[in-house]
Design a protein around this ligand. Sequence first.
Ligand SMILES: [Zn+2]
Length: 233
Amino acid sequence: MSYCVHCGVELDPTARTCPLCHTQVVDPQQPVDTELPPPFPSRREEVPPVSKKEVALLLTAMLASVAVCCGLLNLLFLHSSRPWSLYVIGAAVMLWMWLVPPLLLRGMPLWLRLGLDACAVGVYVYLISIDLHGLEWYLGLALPIILTGGAVVVALGFLLRGRSILSSLILIIGGVGIFIMSIELYVDRWLTGRWQPGWSLVVAAVCLSMMIPLIVVRWRPALRDEVRKRFHM
Ligand SMILES: [Zn+2]
């Protein structure tokens, strides 16, 4: 039994170097045994990463089978006056659009992904509007809100690339303010035909009052460094 002269770890008779500190083993009393198999395998193997294509295929199969089963049940057995399976099919389509394209298209830009996600929401709400015979509110109210939300999210995904936390925060709060104001605009236009900003102005004012100090901090190097130090940014 020999021990490493440097770190004292117990050495296997087949070791040429210490497994811990890699000091060469020199023991004239007990030369390195080259006959015995070494205690550790010399080959290194790694668990292969899960194939993204297979995960995408599995997700597609799961969602498609749920959608098809519900559609068939609705058509053949549980058919009522309302196409309830559209809710499930729409949810399956939406989930598919959220989960599968990012798995298959490597390096897909974030803004494109977010745009597709917003389209998926639009498709889902469209299916609901079919069931509720609400094409009018879909086109007049829901679609403009979804499109504006999607545009804000896509713009943020585009603008936030490589930004600092402070700049990102300013842009996100600004985006939320714009989106909230657009919601009131669409609701007012839908209900009364005129835009009478009220509650959304309060939200916008809150957003603005949060953005102004952040903008000041962002553009004053001394303040910015202080905030970064204190909040570990
Ligand atoms: Zn050692």
